[in-house]
Design a protein around this ligand. Structure first.
Ligand code: NAG
Ligand code: NAG
Ligand code: NAG
Ligand code: NAG
Ligand code: NAG
Ligand code: NAG
Ligand code: NAG
Length: 405
């Protein structure tokens, strides 16, 4: 059995001050926010035991399942993977709406798990307690190293509840080749992945200490993520906050990210991405790309960030493409962004090269078109705010309202 810490906040982010600082910023930036939370469930049937759920006749009602009724201990020591798998299967196969409750005050140790879709029901996963990952990377032996909590092909899913998802990434970080070059370079799991999901709502959750990315949306359509806090140490390797790939109609709203890599990264074949009220720092800023690696084709368009506060980040707003790629990144708007102590506030780099081998000069590139920056202001840790490393196929609106002191 895997032994875990018994504190939910643990050593994920080295001090509580990070958390409370974020909270203060969040509170202040969110003064104008309308916190609307229409749950929409008019009828709720609470089933005390797991035996009564079958043949629920009325599809307009919600049947509630508690993970504890499926044998979960929630003590942080016992492996509760099977209980979560079982409750998911039952909820998913129901012919009415289903709600899975992960109750507050408990710690559910869960190994890598697939939440497979094609459900008959619409599921709400209400995480009010803590779901914690095994700390030992050996647990992944023989399993897909990219995944921990993996939702695949699920439609009309809601995840909420104010709880915590703890990726227990410390041992993975220590083994990273970015932390110690004598380590062998390997991948590490993304804490929560949504693949080919449709009509997804993820809100009111905290995700900490992922081994690698915290939350990824790949090939998803219609995603609304809001009121999330994502926290990992500034020196944790590759711990992107939210990663969006090949997804359309994604909205990210009221989100605080403090991590060791990009707060938000958006890559190939993504469109209609909306970001609003984002707090980022420390971290590597908000990034589109990298695009066009290994001569690949990319298509990113219609991306809008409106309202963000970035502080102590290594980069601000960034678009990066490799030489040799093709396709485009276009219709990209960044506006109403405050920055404090940000290095490289605005970067457009068409010669991106993150490889140990030297990147060859090539003629083709991903084109970058119609990018605008409005009302970007604050303090920069570097001297100049510049659009750097540009090729010819580029049209950027003359930055307006750029004020740095
Ligand atoms: C699930 O949600 C979709 C979209 O909101 C709705 O059309 C469908 O009827 C719902 N299904 C059930 C079983 O509640
Ligand atoms: C977030 O979840 C907690 C716990 O369920 C709840 O008390 C709180 O009202 C939720 N917050 C919002 C803004 O929905
Ligand atoms: C890196 O790993 C090597 C081999 O395990 C070890 O000897 C060395 O002390 C490590 N360096 C740091 C900075 O941790
Ligand atoms: C993006 O789309 C192009 C063209 O359809 C395809 O070749 C490429 O594999 C896609 N890339 C990703 C990451 O989905
Ligand atoms: C990309 O294309 C260039 C020019 O055709 C070629 O030299 C290079 O090897 C290709 N790179 C990859 C990773 O396929
Ligand atoms: C500015 O940000 C850097 C990280 O990019 C950090 O190391 C430094 O402490 C910050 N300075 C202040 C005054 O907060
Ligand atoms: C690639 O282009 C850069 C910038 O134009 C130039 O400095 C460099 O010498 C070129 N490298 C090769 C291998 O052609």
């Amino acid at each position: 059995m895997e032994k875990i810490r018994n504190s939910s906040t643990s050593n994920a982010y080295s001090s509580h001050s990070v958390y409370s600082f974020n909270y203060i910023i969040y509170s202040s930036i969110c003064l104008l926010l309308i916190i609307s939370n229409a749950n929409g469930f008019s009828h709720i049937i609470q089933l005390p035991t797991s035996g009564l759920f079958r043949n629920t006749p009325c599809p307009s009602k919600t049947v509630v399942f508690n993970i504890n009724d499926f044998g979960a201990k929630g003590d942080g020591f016992t492996d509760d993977t099977k209980a979560l798998e079982d409750v998911w299967k039952v909820a998913c196969s129901l012919s009415s709406r289903a709600k899975i409750v992960i109750p507050a005050g408990n710690y559910y140790l869960v190994r890598p798990i697939d939440f497979t879709g094609h459900c008959k029901s619409n599921v709400t996963l209400r995480i009010s307690g803590t779901i914690v990952s095994p700390r030992d990377p050996e647990i992944w032996e023989g399993l897909n190293i990219h995944r921990w909590l993996y939702f695949h092909g699920v439609k009309d899913l809601i995840i909420e509840g104010g709880g915590l998802i703890d990726g227990s990434g410390h041992e993975w970080w220590a083994r990273s080749c970015k932390m110690n070059t004598s380590n062998h370079c390997t991948h590490a799991p993304t804490a929560v992945t949504f693949h080919k999901c449709k009509n997804l709502k993820v809100r009111n959750l905290t995700i900490v200490s992922s081994p690698q990315m915290h939350m990824a949306f790949t090939a998803c359509v219609r995603v609304a993520a809001s009121r999330l806090s994502i926290l990992a140490p500034a020196d944790s390797p590759n711990t992107d906050g939210i990663h969006i790939s090949a997804s359309k109609h994604v909205s990210l709203k009221n989100i605080i990210i403090s991590t060791g890599d990009d707060c938000i990264s958006i890559v190939s074949n993504s469109s209609r991405i909306r970001m609003k009220n984002i707090v980022c720092g420390p971290g590597h800023g908000i990034s589109i790309g990298s695009l066009g690696k290994a001569n690949s084709s990319a298509a990113v368009q219609d991306v809008r960030l409106d309202g963000a506060y970035l502080f102590n980040t290594e980069n601000g707003l960034r678009i990066k493409t490799w030489q040799g790629g093709s396709g485009f990144a276009r219709k990209i708007t960044f506006q109403n962004v405050w920055m404090k102590n940000v290095s490289n506030p605005i970067i457009i780099d068409q010669y991106y090269c993150d490889s140990s081998v030297h990147c060859l000069n090539q003629t083709s590139s991903v084109s970058i078109d119609t990018v605008s920056f409005h009302h970007i202001r604050g303090t920069s840790a570097t001297e100049v705010i510049l659009l750097g490393s540009l090729r010819q196929k580029l049209r950027v609106d003359t930055p307006r309202s750029l004020h740095f002191i």
